[in-house]
Design a protein around this ligand. Sequence first.
Ligand code: FES
Length: 170
Amino acid sequence: MQETIEHTQATIDHLAPVNRILEKYGYSPDKLIPILQEVQAVYNYLSKDVISYVATSIGLPPSRVYGVATFYAHFSLQPKGKHIIRLCDGTACHVKKSTSILSALYAKLGLSAEKRTTDDLMFTIETVSCLGACGLAPVMVLDDEVHGQCSPDKATELIEAIIAEEKKNK
Ligand code: FES
């Protein structure tokens, strides 16, 4: 029984940010997109549970909300890491060996083209086409910070610094 109560409390705590967002938008089905955008900003992705919760709260069928979430590339239905690494694989970056950076990051984090997020949900690696900063090639964006003329060593050092910081904050 105690376990059930704790489980329920955990669910309530987990969904508290969603409730705040739903309230902000007056539980309006017309505001579905901004609601999903803000919910995704909290959890880094949209889980099936959260999609169902949003749908029932604003009076839409979950299948409809799921359809919207899958339609827009901006939304992710897969869990993403706390730190997002975007590596450019556009032509200029590719020529300057962006793939060697990608390989180094995959090796450092135990990831691959098939597995892009670490099990501890700390890192996700994404490859993107041109980031619009070709003069700085090869370019890596780490948590929205642009790192130009990147190299496998530099990228690995940046990741190690984050890992050290996260350990300190534990
Ligand atoms: S090709 Fe990488 S920034 Fe343009």
